[in-house]
Design a protein. Sequence first.
Length: 844
Amino acid sequence: MPDQSPASGPGSAADPGRPLSLRRAEAVHRAGLLEVESYDLTLDLTTSEETFDSLTRIVVTSAGGSTFLDLKPTSLRSVHVDGAPLDVALLQRGRLPLDLPAGRHEVVVDAVMPFRNDGEGLHRSVDPADGRHYVYGMSFMDAAPTVFACFDQPDLKAPYTLHVTAPQEWTVVGNGAATQVEPGRWELATTQPLSTYFVTLVAGPYHVVRDTHDGIPLGLSARASLAGALEADAEELLTLTRQCFDEFHRLFGIRYPFGEYNQAFVPEFNAGAMENPGCVTFRDTLVFSSRTTRGMRTQRAITVAHEMAHQWFGNIVTPRWWDDLWLNESFAEYMGNRVTASVTQFDEAWVLNSFQRRQWGLLADQRPTTHPVAGNGADDALEALQSFDGISYAKGSAILRQLNARLGDDVFLAGAVDHFTRHRFGNATMHDLLGSWERAGAADLGTFSDAWLTTAGPDLLEVDRTAGVLRRTAPATAEGVAPAERTHAVSLLVAAPGDGAEGGSVHEVQVDAAQVPVTVPDGGVVLLDPVEATWAATLPDATTVPLLPALVSATEDARVRAAVWNQLRSGVHHARVDPDAAVDLAEAWLPVETVDAGLVYTFPWVLSYLPHTSDPATSADRLQEAALVAARGAEPGSPLQLAAFQSAIGACRAADLLVAWLGGERLPEGVDVDLELRWRLLVRLAALGATDRAALDAALDAEPTAVSRVEHTRAVASLPTAEAKAFAWERLTGAVSVPNYELTAAGDGLWRSGTDGPDGVALPYVQEFAALVPTLPDVHSGWVLATAVEAFYPRSSVTAATVTAMTTLAARDDLDGSVRRRLLDATDELTHRLAVRRAFRGED
Ligand SMILES: [Zn+2]
């Protein structure tokens, strides 16, 4: 998957009623016992809107012994082993015990399975634009048993053959090429061996665009109501797809082996995308129905490349167990960025990575919940889900980039090819991959692996001018554990006062000790690692901070501007730099930034710190004005202008101006208020308390699309009234059941603030949240459970009392693992923000 923060499966050892999560030891035992020959699935999607019929035939060879089958049906009709019926009452907590004597067996399971609305299993949704129904499958990471009976673990691969009955007006695509053999009946070609978590099906009145490239049939699909937007984007998407295929074939010399390559944009998808062989699924907000920024297009291009990289890293060779998740995600993230930057029109992919992903990884790596990139130690599937974070993606990608630079392309790629060839259609571990690199000519990788892959936390790098040294501080480790010995090869951008960036000079520094001597001029800028060549949190020194606005104005290098922001953000995070400095920097930077991804991904962070500046109202006004200067200075109608105008809306606290913009007045020339901008304005007006429920309802009625539904929820929940906060809250409690995007939008709105912090009417929900969270798994499960906890966390209530309440909550021993992880991370962030208030706003 390309994107952030998934959460848990439904299992929990704490609750005897819920399905069990597969433990590593169980997976090892079952893999030693069984060899799965084939799956044959017959799915009938026409029986009802709540459930579907699922008939599974598994041919399996057993070494002889007891094991179990995974399935989580609505009801189980029958199970036969070699024709003899089993007692269906034996199914407990998602497991059906099986005794399989040595030899070949056929297991047949006839079940009724649930359509789900939380983005997992077979998700069924209704498009509010036209009332049509859509279905897609998401088997990752433990949802396959709500679609079909299976041995659900990554290293029991088998070919799949699907037979699907669907309403006659639907189209069907899946892992294998789908053929309609009679109206409403579809046969899908038998696949290569797949892990259970790859199995998908996309069915509904989807609009499909087809093409071929280099012998590979290509397909794009999206809801019928997005047909126009998909057609408008099709050439860009197909061009990216062709370019990426050509580059991966050139790099690896191993052809894509899974037949068709469908890219289906599906509704209410939790992640950014999922790499199912033959049928990648994407969230359909990536089919742009309003004008969008180049940053969003670049991010989409990287996602396309990331999912394609998975066809090799993950799909041809799959991690044996989830603790080697990085073998999927770090590689897909690295190769996705690299290929996008080198062969597509989006050559600023690495700059976007700096603006968007690096802080995500650095923060995750500095939380109390940090873990190594490799070997995350996951003992069960549930636990492994916690590692879909900035470490597995952004840090892992940065470490692989460092390794690639060190080994060179010849060795780096030859090792990968050796790995794909040895383990083709099978499974492997980190040690297998390190072995492949060593065979390809890498020296012993033990030292590299110890320093970067199997130890957690970033080093902190900073310059001490007085002492004339560059200092490296290793992350704290448990007592008795020595910190990782790391060497950093970085450059130092040094400019004398008045030099600007272009007048400065760059020195290479080898940081191979706790401190190394450096020479810096008095009073000038010192920027450490300006192109972010190493993985470390770098902090600007006190002399440099006030010079950063002049530096970003002077430099032509977008990488340097991104590095400046990352260092300033690290400085604020550690309460070394006053958030007022972020306002100063943003004010200088907004009118000069040319990469709109910078605005899209960095400016919301600046806004989130507004309540912690010395004068929030004035800070907001300065930022709004700077963003408008940028919008007026940009080419009319350009994506950069759009990003600047979006920023202006985010900072604006003048309701009359927002109302004027909504009415098409006083706009910078070239700005057109379309659906997306309209809702952005309405959400901002709502947060300021300058609109009401009736006006928001009217806006939804005027254009009732899926986007409108979600943004309407966000806007209503943002209103500073007790009724609005109750509206948000009843979505979390389950009193009102809504799809996943609306749920997270409600949480976002609940804690959205004007300029000074959260509204008083929201504050009672700090205690309500603390009381509700332990029972939330009764209402929400899987991915949605964790994202709901994150969305409704009282993030804008930066007070000692809230920190205490949340710390007490996170310490309870009856919490689901995914819930605890989100609470710990969010509370760490809150604690850091409180430290900023104490350091700079005189609070205690
Ligand atoms: Zn991925």
